[in-house]
Design a protein around this ligand. Structure first.
Ligand code: PLP
Length: 489
């Protein structure tokens, strides 16, 4: 196969260049029938390939032509046996992975700090989660991954589980020994499903952690749009054949996918794959150099800490992706969110995420030396301002407790519920998700017993201005809980 080729992008462009008279959707017909301001802004080229699955352009639901060829090239580039394109983000790919291996009532071993798409898939499939507690870093206030030892114990206790799900790397770029986890799960003939939302690039540079396919995992939902250069919402699902059947995956993916698949998104996956396969290593080398420089300089700034390989060494912190800059700002005496706002207002800098104690900045082939210098300059100024106003102080880090699951998420989601004040909900069973987004990791999921510590944690996040989401009541004054029958009036 020739990785320089882009069968899908080329095919779609050639089709548009013929300027066919279109009696099919989309009704804007190359932009002619749409709002003028939007058309002028987006441009003719993009609109000319905003097409749907007419015969010459293949069909994502039954790929047999240009989409099939593009997916085969992607499989070769990602080291997979099969690659499926997703136009519904990595969330769509994750739901497909889980629903491909779990039937109602089946067990799935998952870390508790999973993205909400995983819990959603568990609800839809009716699977029973066996939660593994992730390792918590109480210096930084973040969760890492799960350890091989914890996976081994979970598999021994649940040899009938239908999957082990691993987040690799985490949002913050940390990985466990994935190869070891795969070997353990496979010794029980349990497939390994990897949430690789933050790791499409790691396959393409030897200094980066092993990718899911390199480690021998069975399925990986891999966000090409996040760090691989395709358009937002486009993603892939990689499969290594053996335990999981590709026919089953294709069927489930199709059930969960719109019939109006965007060719703008699909074509961007085809070209991102080419770019990664041909130029990925060289581009990542530059990103790594920029990130190394940034980390060194950030660590020279008083009260700022940007962790590097010194945090490795525990079972859950086996390797890391240096292009993720975790910037601990707790010693500035400000929350991560306040620093995020300060950077926006004073330097027009937008970070990937903030939490109570940290910022996360990602370095990609889209960054330049000037971008990095601006970040260093901005944080140097902030640090100097804080120390001149004596704001810097050591802060005690808190991480949310992992609540006890008393009902399966599905039973809780579909149970009779009532709405009560959040302050009165301690000890009740949540029927809703509550999470800070980003990163979208739940503080409560349906079925968990609400704890005072976590209600307090929610309050602290709200007071800090962080985006706590999930419940129907977006003020978070009230929450849906499972109705309880009282024995006495
Ligand atoms: C760990 C993790 N998994 C899955 C997802 C879902 O990805 P997408 O937004 O492409 O649906 C995200 C998104 O932030 C994520 O952080």
């Amino acid at each position: 196969m020739n990785q320089n080729e882009t069968p899908l992008f080329t095919g779609v462009k050639e089709h548009a260049a013929k300027k066919p008279t279109q009696f099919h959707i989309p009704g804007h017909k190359g932009g002619k029938g749409m709002d003028e301001e939007y058309r002028d802004f987006i441009g003719e080229n993009a609109l000319s390939i905003d097409l749907i699955n007419i015969e010459p352009l293949d069909d994502l639901h039954h790929p047999h032509g240009m989409i099939k060829q593009a997916q085969s090239l992607a499989a070769e580039a990602f080291g997979a046996d099969y690659t499926f394109f997703s136009v519904q983000g990595t969330s769509g790919a994750i739901m497909t992975m889980i629903m491909s291996v779990c039937h109602p009532g089946d067990k799935i071993i998952v870390p508790r700090n999973v993205h909400k798409s995983i819990t959603t898939a568990i609800i839809f499939s009716g699977a029973k989660p066996v939660f593994i507690h992730p390792e918590l870093d109480d210096q930084l206030g973040i969760s890492h991954g799960i350890t091989p030892e914890a996976v081994k114990r979970a598999c021994e206790a649940n040899p009938d589980a239908k999957g082990v799900l691993v987040i690799n790397p985490t949002y913050f770029g940390i990985t466990a020994d994935l190869k070891k986890i795969v070997d353990i799960a496979h010794s029980f003939e349990i497939p390994v499903l990897v949430d690789e939302a933050h790791g499409v690039h790691i396959h393409f540079h030897e200094r980066l952690p092993l990718s899911a396919m390199q480690a021998g995992a069975d399925l990986a939902a891999t966000s090409v749009h996040k760090l691989g250069g395709s358009l937002t919402q486009s993603s892939v699902l990689n499969l290594r054949e053996g335990i999981v059947s590709h026919e089953r995956v294709q069927t489930i993916l199709s059930m969960l996918t719109t019939t109006s698949t965007s060719y703008i998104l699909l074509a961007s996956l085809d070209t991102a794959r080419r770019h990664l396969a041909i130029n990925g290593r060289q581009l990542l080398e530059k990103s790594l150099q920029l990130a190394d420089y940034a980390r060194r300089k950030l660590n020279e700034i008083p009260a700022i800490y940007c962790p590097g390989e010194e945090i490795l060494g525990s079972e859950a912190t086996y390797d890391f992706d240096p292009t993720k800059l975790i910037i601990s700002v707790k010693n500035l005496g400000m929350t991560g969110y306040d620093v995020e706002v300060w950077l926006r207002e004073h330097y027009k800098i937008e970070v990937e995420l903030s939490d109570l104690y940290n910022l996360l900045c990602i370095v990609t082939p889209g960054d330049s030396e000037e971008d990095i210098e601006l970040l260093i300059e901005a944080l140097s100024e902030l640090s100097a301002r804080c120390s001149s106003t004596h704001q810097t102080k050591e802060v005690e880090v808190k991480v949310p407790q992992i609540p006890v699951l008393s009902l399966t998420p599905r039973d809780a989601f579909y149970a009779s519920t009532e709405v009560i004040a959040l302050k009165d909900s301690i000890g009740r069973i949540s029927a809703e998700f509550v999470m800070v987004y980003p990163p979208g990791i739940p503080i409560f999921i349906p079925g968990e017993i609400i704890t005072e510590e976590n209600v307090q944690y929610i309050r602290e996040n709200i007071e800090a201005g962080l985006p706590v989401q999930g419940p129907e009541d977006d003020t978070l004054e009230t929450i849906h809980v499972i109705q309880e029958q009282r024995a006495f009036k």
